[in-house]
Design a protein around this ligand. Structure first.
Ligand SMILES: [Fe+2]
Length: 476
């Protein structure tokens, strides 16, 4: 008997495999390959995402709450070796014991934890269920979520190491899982949020080869927005402050109860674009535009004084609720609104123009690593508006044309274009895209030609993987 109103006791087998827990872990397993993987492809795609949605009969409420599981596809000599492993954290142990705690929407002990916090007069422990993304900081691989508790892991076996500790004094209560890696300047740029008498967005850089977050600037706010990712051009950072706000008054800390409960869509206020000078930290301009919500920026670049920002925009916050497991299980993806690929051009005088670059629904967008922060032509993403499938799309942002690939029953996840080392064209390389075949209930890795999206190879994984979030490709 569960006395937790935020969780339910269920049989797992009724859910589609993308939201069904996985128990299996495999190590360094060579995948059978149907087709040809180029021999030049050398390195590892490491991805993160939920692997379990219940523990000891207690079902989590939101997709974003699933227990972190890393998956690695390692490429060498035309072969693919696969490893998957759960992050062994306190959150994992708690959930396995039927006590899910302190995550996006699920916290069995919300009020109790808050009381404990008040008694101790100290900050509560943020979750270490780092299930959103991965990064390499100062040579160390880390799993990330949106609280400042990164978890380092071993690159070969994916075994959990320790909490990753930054070598700085930056004080943040939330931190992005989306660090923007800028190979041109040799640094990663990120943002955080601190709560206090005055709440502050904090923009920072992590110079390559260090584990030091250097503060670029702090921006005070009375009503902090939920900001999932920032846009970074060569010279600017754009912080997109949407009407989706964190209502701090509902809780002394956003992590004492389900974070989901604290998010409020504020009708009647616009979306604000803070354009910040990357060197000086000064706000160049802060125009407002008609309200929209976004999780993911795609890329940004400077164009003769104008900052160009591409992102995936939603009309409002309906997407957040639609991704709850309750909604997904009862309504599937039909209730999930499509994201739109929107280009904003922000002039130095604060004028903003916008255009939609692709007619279809898109999410989980990426650009090739070496185009990050600079002008670029091709964005890759998950095409979301298919019946019974999620496809793959390549958008030519220069010409406003798109190439699409999809197959019934295949749900494609975040794609990455990996460029051929000797290639000259931006799209000379392969697109790596994990997918789940819901008819066979098996996951697979798809390999496409980066120019044409012709399928080059597919490699089935020996089990199903619940839908994941983000990953990166690390060279050998
Ligand atoms: Fe994300």
């Amino acid at each position: 008997m569960i006395d937790n109103p935020l969780a339910v006791s269920v049989s797992e087998s009724t859910f589609m495999p993308g939201f069904r827990s996985l128990d299996t872990e495999v190590s360094d397993h060579e995948l059978p390959v149907d087709g040809t993987v180029p021999e030049w492809l050398s390195g590892s795609l490491i991805r993160n995402g939920p692997g379990k949605f219940e523990g000891n009969g207690v079902r989590l409420r939101h997709w974003f709450d699933g227990l972190a599981m890393l998956r690695k596809y390692e490429f060498a000599d035309g072969k693919i070796r696969y490893t998957n492993r759960f992050l062994r954290t306190e959150s994992y142990a708690d959930a396995m014991a039927g006590r899910p705690t302190g995550q996006f929407a699920t916290d069995e002990h919300g009020p109790g934890k808050l009381l404990g916090f008040l008694r101790r007069l100290g900050p509560p422990e943020p979750t270490d269920n780092a299930n959103v993304h991965v990064a390499r900081i100062d040579g160390e691989l880390v799993a990330q979520t949106e609280v400042p508790k990164l978890v380092s892991f071993e690159g070969t076996t994916l075994e959990t190491r320790d909490e990753f500790v930054f070598d700085d004094m930056l004080d943040v209560d939330m931190i992005t899982a989306h660090l923007v890696a800028d190979p041109h300047r040799g640094e990663q740029v990120g943002h955080g949020l601190s709560f206090g008498r005055s709440h502050e967005y904090k923009l920072f850089r992590i110079p390559d080869g260090t584990r030091r977050r250097e503060l670029i600037t702090s921006i005070p706010t009375d009503s902090p927005a939920y900001i999932h990712s920032i846009a970074v051009s060569q010279d600017h950072i754009v912080l997109v402050e949407t009407p989706l706000r964190i209502n701090i008054r509902k809780s002394l800390s956003p992590f004492t109860e389900g974070f989901f409960e604290l998010l409020e869509w504020n009708e009647g206020i616009d979306t604000k674009l803070y354009v910040v000078d990357r060197d000086t930290g000064q706000i160049r301009t802060q125009p407002t535009v008609d309200p929209f919500f976004t999780f993911h920026t795609i890329n940004a670049y400077d164009d003769e004084g104008t900052v160009v920002v591409d992102l995936v925009a939603f009309e409002d916050n309906t997407i957040v609720d639609a991704l709850s497991l309750e909604r997904l299980e009862s309504e599937g993806f039909a209730a999930v609104p499509p994201g739109r690929l929107v280009r904003l051009r922000i002039g130095s005088d604060g004028t903003v123009s916008s255009e939609q670059l692709y007619d279809g629904g898109i999410e989980l967008p990426t650009v090739p690593r070496n185009r990050q922060t600079t002008d670029y032509r091709y964005a890759y993403g998950q095409a979301t508006d298919r019946e019974g499938a999620n496809g793959l799309v390549k958008v030519d942002t220069e010409r406003g044309q798109a190439t699409e690939w999809w197959q019934t029953d295949l749900y494609v996840e975040e794609p990455w274009l990996i460029q051929r080392p000797a290639g000259e064209r931006e799209d000379d390389g392969v697109v790596l895209a994990p997918a789940l075949d819901v008819s066979t209930e098996r996951s697979l890795l798809l390999v496409f030609d980066g120019e044409t999206l012709d399928e080059l190879a597919r490699a089935p994984v020996p089990h199903h993987n619940p839908f994941g979030f983000h990953g990166r490709f690390f060279d050998h």
